[in-house]
Design a protein around this ligand. Structure first.
Ligand SMILES: Cc1cc2nc3c(=O)[nH]c(=O)nc-3n(C[C@H](O)[C@H](O)[C@H](O)COP(=O)(O)OP(=O)(O)OC[C@H]3O[C@@H](n4cnc5c(N)ncnc54)[C@H](O)[C@@H]3O)c2cc1C
Length: 405
């Protein structure tokens, strides 16, 4: 394992840090104002006017599509190289999109790059890579325990040259956004197949296809999440051409496994950046706030929490780098245990750090005047999304026990 950044990463990192200082942090207030203006105009899910300009600047500086592994479509950073960059983007929960590096588009682009036909890539991957449109990934269903993807019920039935889709999905991130044009949808083409992992398929479903109804947006810890949203969606006799299948019938589970590995590690990388930002806020607050005649930072309990936070962050970072290294060297499938471990460890560690930061700010930490409630919601949702903690722990234990059985 390398313990130094490569020259390429050093250059990108310096550029990215500069970009954050010049364009991200100074625009936070403007972002809030634009969100409020969109809401007043009755279009809470419209793109924020400031984003187009920021994206153009990021692209000019070569800070674009950095997530994409080596291919004809992107610069081809390894996971280890991307980790410190993705972490910086995570310092603000909204800014990865500026660099076209936000979920769920990154996962969908990887799926299209890896499994899409030339026609599918031209129609959907090209505009996604250019940041012209957005996409969603539609797997979870309210009626079934979706952490076990074999439970998925949404039906994809072939009729002549078309697939007919019927089902209900929810928590489909990004699907409220006005620029979202395409869903990567998982359902069942062969529900009676004896092999439970061959029943599923993935199809590309344009959002404007007749039969799609967005029922309602869902909240995360009591908050809506414009301009992206996580809606509940009904698919009622939705018809798409058979060419919209990805990889082939019965290959959905396999694609989901390939998609979720990189998606999970990217979430963890961003989570570390968010926890770093929370620790920074916490320290600034503690040295400047006086209670009972001395700064809070002089109280032993806070020193303990600061030290603990630093250790939790470093532990997460090194575990994530180790998982990234394994993915780069032995492949995503063999690195499944390392990915599962960071998917449990990182959000739990980072939630802890953010929770202490909220505590340090007193009432303000629970208010709209810091970013901490957003950070908390992001990290907390990661303990459920992309596989709940318990499912990953089971997978880790299964691998450990395999040697003894
Ligand atoms: C903000 C947000 C965004 C999301 N975005 C998307 C998206 O874009 N696309 C998408 O398809 N989905 C998305 N999801 C859904 C998410 O991936 C699912 O919620 C997750 O996979 C869990 O499925 P479930 O909600 O059906 O929980 P269930 O499967 O019903 O599980 C409930 C609980 O049961 C427990 N459990 C489950 N299995 C086991 C086990 N083996 N052992 C012990 N306990 C267990 C866990 O504690 C788990 O939390 C999002 C969710 C949130 C909150």
């Amino acid at each position: 394992m390398q313990f130094e950044f490569t020259p390429r990463v050093l250059a990108l990192r310096a550029e990215l840090l500069k970009f954050m200082d010049e364009h991200v942090y100074p625009n936070e207030k403007r972002r809030e104002e634009e969100l409020a203006a969109n809401a007043r105009a009755g279009r809470p899910y419209a793109e924020l006017p400031m984003m187009a300009g920021l994206k153009a600047k990021a692209r000019e500086r070569g800070l674009w599509n950095l997530f994409l592994p080596e291919s004809e479509h992107g610069p081809g950073l390894t996971n280890v190289e991307y980790a410190p960059l993705c972490e910086i983007m995570g310092r603000r929960y909204w800014c990865a999109e500026i660099f076209n590096c936000s979920a769920p588009d990154t996962g969908n682009m990887e799926v299209l790059a890896r499994y899409g036909t030339k026609a599918q890539q031209e129609r959907w991957l090209t505009p996604l890579l250019a940041g012209e449109i957005r996409s969603s990934f539609a797997m979870t269903e309210p009626e079934v325990a979706s952490s076990d993807a074999t439970n998925i019920r949404c039906s994809i039935r072939r009729e002549g040259d078309e697939y007919v889709i019927n089902g209900r999905k929810w928590y489909i991130t990004g699907a409220m956004n006005e620029r979202c044009e395409i869903f990567v949808l998982m359902g069942k083409t062969d529900p009676d197949n004896a092999d439970r992992h061959k029943q599923q398929s993935m199809v590309l479903v344009p959002k404007n296809t007749p039969g799609i109804t967005i029922v309602r947006d869902m909240q995360l810890l009591g908050m809506y999440d414009p301009p992206f949203g996580h809606p509940e969606i009904v698919f009622d006799n939705v018809r798409v051409p058979v060419e919209n299948i990805l990889l082939g019938e019965g290959r959905g589970f396999e694609i989901a496994q390939g998609r979720l590995g990189p998606g999970r590690i990217h979430h963890c990388m961003r989570a570390i950046g968010m926890a770093e930002a929370a620790l920074e806020m916490m320290c600034q607050r503690l040295v400047s706030r006086v209670a009972f005649h001395k700064p809070l930072s002089e109280q032993g309990v806070w020193r303990e929490r600061i030290a603990e936070s630093r250790m939790l962050i470093e532990q997460s970072r090194w575990m994530v780098l180790n998982a990234a290294y394994r993915m780069d060297t032995v492949g995503n499938k063999v690195a499944a245990k390392e990915i599962a471990m960071i998917k449990v460890l990182t959000p739990n560690n980072c939630v802890k750090v953010i929770d202490w930061a909220m505590q340090a700010f007193g009432a303000m930490g629970l208010s709209q005047d810091t970013l901490l409630t957003h950070f908390y919601a992001y990290e907390r949702h990661l303990r459920v999304a992309d596989g709940p903690d318990e499912v990953h722990r089971n997978a880790i234990a299964k691998q450990e026990l395999a040697a003894y059985q």
